[in-house]
Write a protein that binds this ligand. Structure first.
Ligand SMILES: C[S@@+](CC[C@H](N)C(=O)[O-])C[C@H]1O[C@@H](n2cnc3c(N)ncnc32)[C@H](O)[C@@H]1O
Length: 272
């Protein structure tokens, strides 16, 4: 982390960067379906809102090549440096990065064909500001595609774990104390309408990961990166984290164990 780096609640260190890479891989099929639905195509100008280290950005850049471009906006300069370096190595020249708070997003009016925001609005204290600015950046007929949580805390694990049930509410509290909303998806369609976007579809994103599935790594890496931070901050007792970790390790060897992902939605809204 650089000295002037403003951290989002999950941090911007190497472990989070790697976790975001794995997360993108595990959810890339859903992302691709969303982009097709949103009309991402060669020649398009795409805005990746809260792009992070740009794992989605680089895929989008391939889809809009050769004449299109992708503008990646994130408040983390560290993440954007990583994206710039990867784009350079891959010889991708049509990605532009902007270090900016997406709540004060500043992209030329009516220049964007598709804007994409995945797991970003849930972290912003003022999602309506983001939506207003994205709406202004979209061309008439342009699309804002969002994938985000409708109820993060509704994730579940089987078998039931008491330690897990004690720790999860603390994750939600910490997230809210940083100004985020783990239920933001419930508010988005109304906010989008207020800002001149017509909501065309609201689609559930829900999966189950068994302990033998690659997707099992998603909660595993999230818990390993994030819960120790809560322990350090005195928000979760060390003994609860240890008990949860023991349960999780045991479930990881149990072929009947499964994880029910936090309910999410994909929303496609068009500027009218
Ligand atoms: C969970 S990551 C998702 C990254 C990317 N959208 C993806 O799906 O891989 C959340 C990202 O939102 C960024 N972020 C959070 N709040 C922000 C804000 N107010 N302005 C700009 N970026 C923000 C963080 O820096 C982080 O990169």
């Amino acid at each position: 982390m650089t000295s002037n780096e403003r951290e989002y609640v999950l941090g911007t260190d190497d472990a989070e960067l790697m976790r975001l890479g794995l997360q993108h891989r595990l959810w890339s099929a859903q992302a691709f379906t969303c982009w097709e639905r949103a009309g991402v195509k060669p020649g398009a100008t795409v805005l990746d809102v809260g792009a992070g280290p740009g794992f989605a950005t680089l895929d989008l850049a391939q889809l809009v090549a050769p004449a299109g471009r992708v503008i990646a906006v994130d408040e983390s300069e560290r993440f954007l440096r990583y994206l710039t370096e990867r784009a350079r190595v891959l010889g991708i020249a049509h990605v532009e990065t902007r270090a900016q708070d997406v709540q004060s997003l500043d992209v030329a009016a009516a220049t964007v064909d598709v804007a994409y925001a995945r797991w970003v609005l849930c972290f912003t204290p003022r999602p309506h500001e983001v939506i207003a600015r994205v709406a202004a950046a979209l061309k008439t007929g342009g699309v804002f595609a969002v994938q985000d949580y409708i109820d993060w805390a509704a994730l579940s694990v089987s078998p039931r774990s008491d330690a897990f049930l004690r720790v999860m509410p603390e994750v939600g509290k910490s997230w809210r104390s940083h100004g985020g909303d783990p239920q933001v998806g419930l508010r988005l369609p109304a906010m989008m309408s207020e800002h001149g976007l017509r909501v065309e579809s609201i689609t559930p994103l829900q999966r189950v990961a068994r302990s033998s599935d690659p997707l099992w790594q998603w909660p595993t890496t999230f818990f390993a990166n994030f819960i120790p931070r809560l322990v350090e901050q005195g928000l979760v007792p060390e003994s609860d984290w240890r008990a949860m970790e023991r349960d999780w390790n045991e479930y990881s060897r149990d072929e009947n164990a499964f994880f029910w992902t936090p309910p999410m939605v994909e929303i496609i809204a068009r500027r009218v």
